[in-house]
Design a binder for this molecule. Structure first.
Ligand SMILES: CCCCCCCCCC(=O)SCCNC(=O)CCNC(=O)[C@H](O)C(C)(C)COP(=O)(O)OP(=O)(O)OC[C@H]1O[C@@H](n2cnc3c(N)ncnc32)[C@H](O)[C@@H]1OP(=O)(O)O
Length: 157
């Protein structure tokens, strides 16, 4: 697979780049960036205390949101690779993936103020269905795992 120096979300067309979790054109959102590195995807996010659950730990909704957006970004990246779309030499991608199903398992408290690392691995692609397995870790400790079923939209909305 290809390495990618540009985030997959930065290849979404401008009119579709307003997602609260990962849209580059949403100044209020998290602007999560997913990168394809080898045959995995990676993203980072450092939560601050506005995301508090119990003191010192992150609320689960943020964890789910990060997995949601990293999952769809990863699905789009893996779909592009499967379709021989050269991510290195394109300004926008024609693939549109949305979440149909997201499962999150919370394994350990997610710490505040620490860089979180999300890793995605392609499980399978079957027609328009793309399954991605993910981990969310802090300092090498897995805080949550996620699995997403993303669906490629039929048209480029
Ligand atoms: C550039 C793109 C911008 C991306 C922005 C970032 C996104 C960030 C992530 C999100 O938060 S996305 C927002 C949350 N997700 C949604 O709002 C999606 C709402 N659901 C839908 O719009 C539709 O249900 C969906 C597009 C997912 C599927 O509808 P379709 O009419 O295109 O497909 P269909 O219902 O025929 O399902 C296609 C296949 O997926 C399967 N499927 C659909 N939903 C499923 C589900 N929940 N669980 C298991 N399988 C499911 C379905 O059975 C079928 O399998 P088969 O092909 O084998 O028959």
């Amino acid at each position: 697979m290809q390495n990618k120096s540009k985030a997959i979300q930065d290849l979404y067309p401008d009119e579709l780049a307003h997602c609260y979790g990962c849209g580059k054109n949403n100044p209020f959102g998290y602007q999560l960036k997913t990168y394809l590195v080898g045959d995995e995807t990676i993203a980072h996010f450092t939560p601050d205390e506005k995301f508090t659950a119990l003191p010192g730990s992150v609320y689960g909704g943020l964890v789910a949101s990060l997995l949601d957006c990293h999952g769809t970004g990863s699905a789009a990246a893996f779909a592009c690779v499967a379709e021989n779309i050269d991510l290195e030499n394109t300004e926008t991608i024609p693939v549109r993936c949305v979440t149909a199903s997201l499962k999150v398992d919370f394994k350990a408290p997610t710490p505040m103020g620490t860089e979180l690392e999300l890793i995605g691995k392609l499980r399978s692609i079957e027609g328009r269905k793309i399954w991605v397995d993910m981990t969310l870790s802090a300092k090498g400790i897995i805080c949550a795992t996620g699995e997403i079923l993303a669906i490629k939209l039929k048209s480029n909305v």
